[in-house]
Design a protein around this ligand. Sequence first.
Ligand SMILES: CC(C)(COP(=O)(O)OP(=O)(O)OC[C@H]1O[C@@H](n2cnc3c(N)ncnc32)[C@H](O)[C@@H]1OP(=O)(O)O)[C@@H](O)C(=O)NCCC(=O)NCCS
Length: 300
Amino acid sequence: MAWEVRPTTNVEEFVDAVGAISHYFGSARDAERAERFSRVLPLERMHAAFDGGRVVGGTGAFPFQFSVPGAVVPCGGVTVVGVLPTHRRRRVLTEMMRTQLEDIHDRGEPIAALWASEEVIYRRFGYGFASFTGEICLDRGYATLREPQDPAARGRLVTLEEARELVPPIYDRVRVRTPGMFERTQEWWQLRNLDDPPDRRNGGGVKNAVLMEIDGEPAGYALYRLNLKWESGSSIGHTEVIEAIADGTIATQELWRLLLEMDWMATIRAHLLPVDHPLFHMLRYPRRMKMRLSDGLWVR
Ligand SMILES: CC(C)(COP(=O)(O)OP(=O)(O)OC[C@H]1O[C@@H](n2cnc3c(N)ncnc32)[C@H](O)[C@@H]1OP(=O)(O)O)[C@@H](O)C(=O)NCCC(=O)NCCS
């Protein structure tokens, strides 16, 4: 059976199309959240699959400016791909992928990129495995850097609102020379990185932002949460590094020192790290990061 697949034309369709993947997150239909999401994913970039007028699947493509070796190019950032359980394995995804790739091609975007929920899904649609990604869980007792603290470095906690001005220029300096990173609009920063709705804290503390200045100039930043927990009188809590980005070796080293040496935390966890992360060279016990590799970006 050939399914009707086309871009969404109104918020109702958009909410239903995003709802296909939300089903697997266990989320109720949330029109308000989906409407917010449509500010970073335009309606016409969200495809829906219909079965007799009812939406049964969806796939979106963010209009990204994406760094590749030596250039920044337009890219379809594929996202929120889902097919309702009532219609799985009946080629709904196949039909959606075909229509979406044609659309990406017609828009003159030379590449499409995505993070896959499962590694078996996208190869058949021409996507290739383009990067590894690393996840670490470092015992605080081994979180020691080889070099002493640099006197030029100063950390400064800022509010998420202050971060909106201070953080994007640092991100952009690193982003343009780092393949796989993409431009974030003001809206993206606000809605996806520098907000902190309580229902997305997963039981952890508030989202914090810290700026690392070198000789008084902003050179790095991190977003992190503290997850405090005690057992038998001792802390088993962890620092969750959401994002730590720095321009230059000293800024990287001092930013991570601040994150690694957080009092009361027993472990430091971070994910989405590049496989050649400088921490390997900076830590006294780099093996103790226990870096676990996985497939990262898939690109077509
Ligand atoms: C993954 C998902 C989108 C697949 O949709 P679908 O409509 O069932 O896929 P199709 O029927 O078009 O499948 C096409 C082929 O891919 C295979 N396939 C699809 N999803 C697969 C999966 N998760 N694991 C293994 N094979 C899969 C199918 O078996 C089929 O193989 P065939 O050509 O050899 O028969 C759907 O199962 C889903 O929504 N899963 C939960 C959310 C999710 O993981 N989304 C992806 C986010 S990145």
